[in-house]
Design a protein around this ligand. Structure first.
Ligand code: GLU
Length: 261
């Protein structure tokens, strides 16, 4: 049976190696793989960064500015280019895309939450691929820390997703020797492995990803962190096959501190 899957593409896998502009080859491959998932009967929504990277290129900047407002301006310039890129690549596979720009504040409002949910449902039901990004003009949280990691978990909850896949520039969660950890049942055990390295344009880092994973798995949504630079992890994860690091759902709540007495 088809699953509802939220996939998150960070700047680190969408931008060129220099971090300026969008990597068209990556877009071509990712659009092809998402289209294969859709053709296999899955409903897929993409949470995508890349607006800043696209804006840097458009404005002729050589590096990501330190100034937050300058990054917001880059995102405002780049968001249209990002959507044009997705529109073109998905059209080759017969899919329409839809732009959804959200802030965490939107998701705190009951009415806005319900509106986003019903629109998302309709789009997915009509076979459209929603492309969701933070509205960087209005909110700066993901521009500062998250690169849409937390947003992707919140969207997974909102969409009542069956699976969340975070694609990143590394293979998955790595141990202190750099070896892939294939499955994580206990977050406390892996916390010490997490080196919060960030790529040049990868804003989120692994700590931000693990935080997002915890939100999703505690809501009962299995989550995978895998490489977005190699072919296949999305398709394997959707089929329940090994791909990157798998985090099973954790629906059993631990008692709150002090409540055992
Ligand atoms: N929403 C931003 C983007 O799409 C977040 C990533 C960043 O800060 O570069 O580019």
């Amino acid at each position: 049976m088809g699953k509802r899957i939220i996939v998150k593409f960070g700047s680190g896998i969408l931008a060129t190696q220099r971090g300026i502009g969008l990597d068209q080859r990556q877009f071509a491959r990712l659009a092809r793989e998402v289209s294969l998932l859709a053709k296999a009967g899955h409903e897929v929504a993409v949470v995508s960064s890349g607006a800043v990277a696209a804006g840097l290129d458009a404005l002729g900047l050589k590096a990501r500015p330190d100034d937050l407002t300058a990054r917001q301006a880059c995102a405002a310039v780049g968001q249209g280019r990002l959507m044009a890129c997705y529109t073109g690549h998905f059209a080759k596979h017969g899919y329409n895309v839809a732009q959804i720009l959200l802030t965490h504040g939107d998701l705190d409002s009951r009415i806005a939450y319900a509106n986003v949910r019903t629109t998302l449902d309709r789009l997915l039901g009509n076979g459209v691929i929603p492309i969701i990004n933070e509205n960087d003009t209005v909110a700066v949280e993901e521009l500062k820390f998250g690169d849409n990691d937390r947003l992707s978990a919140e969207v997974a909850l909102l969409a009542d997703a069956d699976l969340l896949i975070l694609l990143t520039s590394v293979e998955g969660l790595l141990d202190s020797k750099g070896k892939l950890i294939p499955r994580v049942d206990d977050f406390e055990k892996v916390a010490r492995f997490v080196r919060d390295e960030k790529g040049r344009l990868s804003v989120g880092g692994m700590a931000s990803k693990l935080h997002a994973v915890q939100i999703a798995v505690h809501a009962g949504i299995p989550t995978v962190i895998a490489s977005g630079r190699t072919a296949g992890p999305m398709l394997r994860a959707a089929e329940g096959k090994p791909a990157g690091t798998y985090f099973p759902p954790q629906t059993v709540c631990k008692p709150a501190y002090g409540s055992e007495k």
